[in-house]
Design a binder for this molecule. Structure first.
Ligand SMILES: [Fe+2]
Length: 245
């Protein structure tokens, strides 16, 4: 019986090799709302490897909810790298960056600026997912006047950020690069985020795609998405800057 010939494959495919580098994920264990333990981080790295990534920057949250101490982050990252090595993970652990929420402690950080940057070049920032912060634009401007190049994480996920309005174009005109979450394209964050993600990519506004992997739930969605012909075509059609990192 050749029934198995017709069974749909559930194996991940390495379609994200076209990007090469994942520049947004939360795989340092126990520092934020990402991975809860080393074992979960290793499972997630296995998934990133299986869907084609060659290199990864880990980007723990820095915000009022997760202030995070730099020495603690570094120590846990070293432990993760050693565990990944011992587990036979071949993906390159390219370093620590941060995902910096533009909030009250962000302003305090500006006065003694120390930022973990993506590839030593970019500061990954995020806005509130719920409401527009009144002085966010001032803080962003202050960062830029200090010479930082900024990447705005997942613009498709801010319900108050009208993708047809002037603010997002203002970000682009200010030289802020945009990063869409890959899982938004599969509807992981809902239909509206999915629609907005595709729309801004089609407009050519998006410089980076990030997995924003937090845990194994995200990994399952990433594996599912890796079998999508539509996503494969999108990666063929659009150029992103991930592989420059
Ligand atoms: Fe994130």
């Amino acid at each position: 019986m050749a029934f198995h010939l017709f069974k749909k494959s559930t194996e991940p495919r390495p379609i994200f090799a076209a990007l090469g580098t994942d520049m947004h994920c939360h795989l340092i264990p126990q520092v934020d709302d990402g991975s809860k333990c080393i074992e979960e981080s290793i499972d997630c790295l296995r998934t990133l490897q299986a869907v084609g990534y060659k290199k990864v920057f880990v980007t723990p949250h820095f915000c009022s909810r997760f202030p995070n101490e730099e020495d603690d982050i570094k120590q846990r990252y070293e432990q993760l790298c050693q565990a990944a090595d011992a587990a036979g993970i071949t993906i390159e652990m390219a370093g620590i960056a941060g995902e910096y929420r533009v909030d009250s402690i962000f302003r305090a950080r500006l006065d003694s600026p120390r930022f973990f940057q993506v590839a030593g070049k970019y500061v990954l920032i995020e806005l509130s997912l719920h409401q527009q912060m009144m002085d966010a634009d001032d803080l962003i401007f202050d960062m830029q006047t200090r010479g930082y190049d900024l990447i705005l994480a997942h613009p498709e996920r801010y319900p108050y950020l009208n993708i047809d309005g002037p603010r997002i174009e203002q970000f682009l005109n200010q030289g802020i690069l945009l990063q869409v979450n890959i899982l938004s394209l599969g509807g992981f964050y809902g239909e509206e985020a999915r629609r907005r993600a595709f729309a801004i990519i089609e407009r050519g506004w998006v410089s980076f795609l990030g997995s924003d992997t937090h845990n194994t739930l995200y990994c399952q969605a990433l594996r599912d998405l890796s079998r999508s012909r539509k996503i494969e075509k999108l990666l063929e059609k659009h150029q992103f800057m991930n592989n420059t990192l």
